[in-house]
Design a protein around this ligand. Structure first.
Ligand code: UDP
Length: 310
């Protein structure tokens, strides 16, 4: 059956990939975005498709369209972007999620929510499983995003319990790949663009902080599998690649893979930057048979090739 699917944040990095995959399934896709931290160039190849519609809309305002499913991504996700206007970030997460849940309730739509590893804050345990409640600063510069996303999860589960909405809540860990915004400030796009231009690679702090990077195609597979699980599976489920790496080693790897003349430049660490991050994906493995296939070298080569042509 042809489904009517709404993708909020559809012009963003993950949203664009989801739009493409769902269009291939012959669904009718509404791509909603306010273009705050994304761009139309990401989705311009989709405009010619008959089953694709772009809605320039900010989810802080209510929306009413008859839909069967929602994928809710709308929110700036790069620390640089979400810290620019923290009050707007909170409104997007809280009021925006409320509006999306009310829409889901009205049309009895199943709704996927893109939560984040940031709900774990600067974690005191590693790896982070879904059972861990996190270590989040309530009043710091990252709190607008971290607490906003935590509150959004609460809203999703309250709507599920009280209004019986079908929800799928995923906690997405660092993801990278083609169609990341070149200048959104995230580590992989920053380092690749710097290396390709033989500019200094900006490592914040001593570079010993860790992240675990998942290639976009692996993440999209996990999201789509999750959306197709039975009603009783709500999450939260971690989605990411557990291969943990120090940021300094990411810098060195990218210099090598691009054959760059760039030097490493150390800059101060930003406040509350988590020192470690690694997903426990046992739950995703068990429930979704999720298995990231693309290792960091292969993923970086694909990403570097994309940025070379940008
Ligand atoms: N980072 C860095 N240089 C940059 C951008 C980021 O050293 O130019 C570091 C940042 O301090 C963090 C990690 O890379 O420890 C990941 O940062 P990003 O902004 O990509 O996402 P986060 O995981 O912090 O949300």
């Amino acid at each position: 059956m042809k489904k009517k699917i709404l993708i909020t944040g559809g012009a963003g990095f993950i949203g664009k990939h989801i739009c493409e995959r769902l269009l291939n399934g012959k669904n009718y896709v509404y791509c909603l975005d306010n273009l705050y931290s994304s761009s139309l160039t990401n989705i311009s190849p989709l405009f010619s498709k008959k089953n694709f519609e772009f809605l320039n809309h900010d989810i802080e305002k209510k929306i009413d369209i008859n839909i069967d499913e929602i994928y809710h991504f709308a929110c700036p996700a790069s620390p640089v972007n979400y810290k620019l206007d923290p009050i707007k970030t909170i409104k997007t997460n809280v009021i925006g999620s409320l509006n999306i849940l009310e829409l889901a309730y009205k049309y009895n739509a199943k709704v996927f929510h893109s939560s984040t590893s940031e709900v774990y804050g600067d974690p005191a345990i590693s790896p982070q499983s879904e059972k861990y409640f996190g270590n989040v600063n309530i009043i710091g510069p990252r709190s607008c995003y971290d607490e906003g996303k935590r509150c959004a999860e609460t809203l999703f589960f309250d709507f599920h319990r009280s209004k019986k909405i079908q929800i799928k809540v995923a906690r997405i860990f660092n993801t990278y790949g083609p169609f990341m915004q070149k200048n959104d400030g995230r580590v992989i796009s920053n380092f690749v663009v710097q290396a390709l231009n033989n500019k200094n690679i900006t490592v914040y702090g001593n570079g010993k902080q860790t992240r675990s990077f998942c290639y976009i195609d692996d993440l999209i597979d996990g999201i789509l599998k999750f959306m197709n699980t039975s009603k009783k599976i709500t999450g939260p489920i971690n989605l990411g690649n557990p291969h943990e790496i120090k940021i300094i080693d990411v810098a060195k790897k990218i210099i090598k893979l691009t054959n760059s003349k760039s030097k490493i430049k150390y800059l101060p660490l930003t406040k509350d930057d988590p020192l470690q991050r690694k997903p426990d994906i046992a739950k995703a493995k068990k429930i979704l048979k999720f298995k990231p296939n693309i290792n960091i070298n292969d993923g970086l080569i694909k990403t570097i090739n994309y940025f070379k042509n940008e």
